[in-house]
Write a protein that binds this ligand. Structure first.
Ligand code: N0T
Length: 545
């Protein structure tokens, strides 16, 4: 309001990413922050639609909302800007106490310029499109269009200036630059302009980053030359926009990827985007982008975990910028946290009457939201502590991997091929991992005692996330899973025991003890149900030589 002093809020720290020893965290208001987010459907970027957004975000227990802002709406006429949507969004987000990741839908939205203003879309001379090898003009803007770059940069900079002036409390904590950049149907632009650049030398910065010898694109990259060329130029384009914007307000920025199947990629994917094979190219091209983020619409456990492993890197904080909003996807938050993820955003979380099945759920209703709300409800009360501890200690994540489950295969699991012999050997509904001195076993769908083997949950929905606080001390939480620790080879057969299992919760980063689990609660493994429990587990040996 008018009476509020501007100065006080201007003193708030900017949201930022920190990286240390290859580990990452996001700080918001100077505190570690785990983004438990929901992303809206695509056309929710108008004040009228917001009423259909907040109820779902609230029901979801999300602390963060991902929502687009379109170039066409902020600059409908060239040079005339309108930020009325952002006025509404920021005020309402503040009232709802939800932070925002703004998605800049501009030159590329799933390859196309659909969200660019008409004056851009209609002027192919000034804003050229990609031309494929056969000379066909595709509906994807060329990254070589200097006018396009200048116009997008100007609009994006105005957006950041708006945030700098009007969002002093940083309700917007991060900005996604474009959406699923790249081009479907051509590996690059084959226009005369592009061809001329393609025949020139590969830029020094890229050679250096990849440790390659000088030459033309074809000399250096062979059959990957076209795709690498396109990725480099889209990356440079995006970086130039991001650099200009950060000069005005240096918020964290990400670029999301329309993934290729990591096991069986083919070439039908969005070329030039930050797909797994182009991550090193993108890192070199776009140093002002803090993270390259996967949009996950693979349903099966194996492919999801492969994707997470590819995007969680010492130079790339893992943020699941989109994931399908259907039940099977919810448990992958456990795995994401095991890869040190800083955020997770199921897509299509609003009541604007759209559902992107078979990528996500068939409808958005209470039953669709419930599995995500449940797991967010587990982590939300400790989001700050989790983000803080995950920055300092090893983390592990597990989720149920059903051996045969047709519901996992609706989308494209068949493209991922068969599990390797080693993967297939695991007993059903059982996962094991070596955590150092201790091994852990996770089983799903198991009665008490050790009488019956695990039978899985129907549907698969269990998971566990663990933080190793010290050699023999673990923070453990989960849903619908049994966790047992056994001595690892390092303990050399010494007999082991549970020293103490504390149940508690966090206030901020402070552990608050509630009770000790013992007897039936620990003798048959630590059994997580569908009610949230957070445990601190201390293990020991009892025979000392
Ligand atoms: C996602 C979403 C939204 C042959 C799909 C996934 C979102 C975008 N794209 O609902 O559009 O804005 O980032 C692309 C998945 C490829 C499907 C190809 C079908």
């Amino acid at each position: 309001s008018d009476t509020q002093p501007v100065v006080a809020s201007a003193n708030r720290a900017l949201p930022r990413i920190q990286t240390h020893n290859g580990r990452h965290r996001l700080l918001v208001d100077d505190k570690p922050y785990l983004m438990l987010a929901g992303q809206t459907n695509n056309s929710a970027n108008y004040p009228h639609a917001l009423d259909k957004v907040w109820p779902v975000i609230k029901q979801l227990n999300a602390n963060t909302l991902g929502i687009p802002v379109a170039w066409e709406q902020i600059e409908p006429v060239e040079g005339e800007f309108d930020f009325s949507f952002l006025d509404a969004l920021i005020a309402q987000a503040k009232a709802q106490d939800v932070r925002v990741v703004l998605l800049w839908f501009a030159s590329w939205k799933n390859n196309a310029p659909h969200y660019a203003p008409a004056w851009v879309k209609l002027d192919n001379q000034r804003f050229p499109r990609v031309i494929d090898k056969q000379g066909k003009v595709l509906n994807s803007l060329s990254p070589h269009g200097l006018n396009t770059l200048a116009a997008d940069k100007k609009a994006f900079s105005r957006l950041m200036r708006y945030l700098q002036e009007h969002d002093r409390d940083h309700q917007v904590i991060m900005v996604q630059v474009e959406n699923e950049v790249g081009t479907y149907g051509s590996k690059r632009d084959y226009s005369a302009t592009a061809q001329q650049i393609f025949e020139g030398p590969v830029p020094q910065a890229l050679l250096k980053a990849l440790n390659k010898q000088p030459g033309t694109w074809e000399d250096v990259f062979g059959k990957h030359a076209d795709e690498t060329f396109h990725a480099w130029h889209i990356g440079r384009y995006v970086d130039e926009i991001a650099q200009a914007a950060k000069h005005i307000k240096p918020l964290p920025m990400n670029v999301n990827a329309a993934l290729r199947n990591p096991f069986n990629p083919g070439d039908g994917y969005s070329m030039g985007g930050p797909t797994d094979n182009m991550l090193d190219v993108w890192k070199a091209a776009a140093p002002h982008i803090d993270m390259l983020s996967p949009d996950i619409y693979f349903r099966d456990h194996r492919t999801v975990n492969k994707v997470l492993s590819l995007y969680a890197r010492p130079d790339n904080p893992l943020f699941v910028a989109e994931i399908g909003n259907d039940q099977p996807y919810a448990r992958y938050l456990f795995d994401t946290l095991g890869f040190q993820g800083i955020g997770f955003a199921p897509f299509g979380m609003d009541y604007t009457d759209y559902a992107n099945f078979p990528l996500g759920a068939k409808t958005v209703n209470d039953a669709t939201i419930a599995p995500f709300a449940e797991i967010f409800n587990l982590f939300r009360p400790m989001q700050e502590a989790w983000a803080a501890l995950s920055y300092q200690h090893p983390v592990y994540g597990f989720s149920e991997a059903p051996p045969h489950d047709e519901s996992q295969q609706i989308w494209n699991a068949q493209d991922s091929g068969k599990p390797t012999a080693g993967e297939a050997e695991q007993p059903a509904y059982t996962q094991t991992a070596d955590l150092g001195l201790w091994d852990v076993e996770i089983t799903y769908g198991r009665e008490m005692f050790w009488i019956n083997p695990p039978t899985g949950n129907q549907p698969a929905s269990g998971g566990v996330s663990i933080i190793k606080l010290s050699d023999s001390e673990f923070l453990v939480t989960g849903l619908r899973a049994r966790v047992t620790f056994t001595g690892s080879a390092e303990l050399d057969g010494q007999p082991t025991m549970i020293k103490r299992v504390e149940e508690g919760h966090f206030e901020g980063q402070q552990w608050v003890f509630e009770r000790v689990w013992n007897g039936d609660q620990t003798d048959w493994g630590l059994n997580f149900t569908d009610t949230p429990h957070i445990l601190k587990v201390s293990l020991a040996t009892y025979q000392h030589h």
